[in-house]
Design a protein around this ligand. Structure first.
Ligand code: ADP
Ligand code: TRP
Length: 329
């Protein structure tokens, strides 16, 4: 069975974009692939989170992923820092990663621009740590968004370079995983293209009904269609895109008809949209709290995940160290 792997950032709560763009696909993939999913807590250290908040943010994101359907019995679900083999491989790969190529990475340049006061070398070698995450499990596929494509390319370069330098084939070159229906982009409700944490326009799985309703009712609209069957402006198209994700096809058809004959009332559309978003998110929200407070369950999940991940990682690391020339005394 082929191996799929994905790292999950441990900052903030999950929003509908994360859910429809990534998580829901992870839930499906668990049945068909050997899956490794982990919370990338080491990566989050680049921004120096406060020690008092560090653990809680990992716990929140772990609880949300579990609540939304990741099944620890079907995949290896673990915390990156619980697998020391990753850090060891990171050291080995750092010797093959050149300063110039790291400096040319788009994400690095962006971070330097945004935070010129914190250009640490962890940030510079962020892609090397990501390569270690992937290569330590010899993953075949990595589902990544556009912003991570370049990191995956660096992973392939490092895999190739390692295999060439040590004349071995320890690391397969991972490919980006394409979902059947192609990538979907969940729009924001503020007229901005994309729903995102940094965009500040997220509808979160953890939002309660009142918050969701308020956010949806506030969505930007226009003054309404003036001609039958006209094209929708972007803000209205965004509402329909969300409706298509959460509502029954008959509901979407109903509002399409209303749009086409110019009798649409945005208030009705938004009310329906808020209700249907709640139908998706509220059952997940209910589970989040109980999982978050179930210490025994989280302990079991992370221990079993760690054991599965370490078994796979230590086997790869042994091959890599042998190739480099390490020998026991
Ligand atoms: P954010 O910082 O907004 O939470 P990330 O950039 O950390 O989002 O993305 C995490 C995952 O969620 C990625 O796989 C990304 O492709 C997916 N994702 C995030 N926002 C969206 C969106 N609006 N539409 C579709 N997928 C999204
Ligand atoms: N860098 C990824 C992000 O920002 C998270 C991540 C860390 C990751 N290691 C990974 C993703 C390995 C895929 C594979 O979203």
């Amino acid at each position: 069975m082929e191996t799929v792997l994905s790292g999950i950032r441990s900052t903030g709560h999950l929003h509908l974009g994360n859910y429809y763009g990534a998580l829901r696909n992870f839930v499906k993939m668990q049945n068909d692939y050997n899956c490794f999913f982990f919370i990338a807590d080491l990566h989050s250290l680049t921004t120096h989170p406060h020690p008092d908040d560090f653990h809680a943010s990992v716990k929140i994101i772990l609880s949300e992923y579990l609540a939304a359907g990741l099944d620890p019995d079907k995949c290896a679900l673990f915390i990156q820092s619980d697998v020391p083999e990753v850090s060891e491989l990171y050291v080995l790969l750092n010797m093959l990663a050149y300063k110039g190529e790291m400096e040319r990475t788009a994400s690095f340049k962006e971070k330097v621009r945004l935070n010129p006061e914190n250009v640490n070398t962890g940030l510079l070698t962020y892609p090397v740590l990501m390569a270690a995450d992937i290569l330590v499990h010899r993953a075949n596929y990595v589902p990544v968004g556009k912003d991570q494509e370049q990191h995956l390319e660096i992973t392939r370069v490092l895999a190739r370079r390692f295999n060439n330098m040590y004349n071995c084939d320890v690391f397969p070159e991972p490919q980006s995983f394409k979902f059947g229906s192609g990538p979907i982009k969940v729009p924001g409700l503020d007229g901005n293209g994309k729903m995102g944490k940094s965009e500040g326009n997220g509808i979160y799985l953890y939002d309660d009904e009142k918050t969701i309703t308020k956010k949806v009712m506030r969505a930007v609209t226009d003054s309404g269609p003036t001609e039958p069957n006209s094209e929708k402006p972007v803000v209205i198209e965004n509402l329909f895109t969300l409706l298509k994700l959460v509502s029954e096809p008959s509901t979407v058809d109903y509002f399409e008809e209303k749009w086409n004959d110019c009798s649409i009332r945005y208030g009705d559309l938004k009310k329906q949209l808020a209700e249907d978003i709640c139908k998706v998110t509220l059952p997940i929200r209910e589970k989040i709290d109980s999982i978050y407070n179930d210490e025994a369950f989280l302990h079991r999940v992370t221990s079993e995940g760690r054991d599965k991940a370490r078994a796979s990682a230590s086997a790869t690391l042994a091959l890599a160290k042998k190739a480099v020339g390490f020998r026991a005394f």
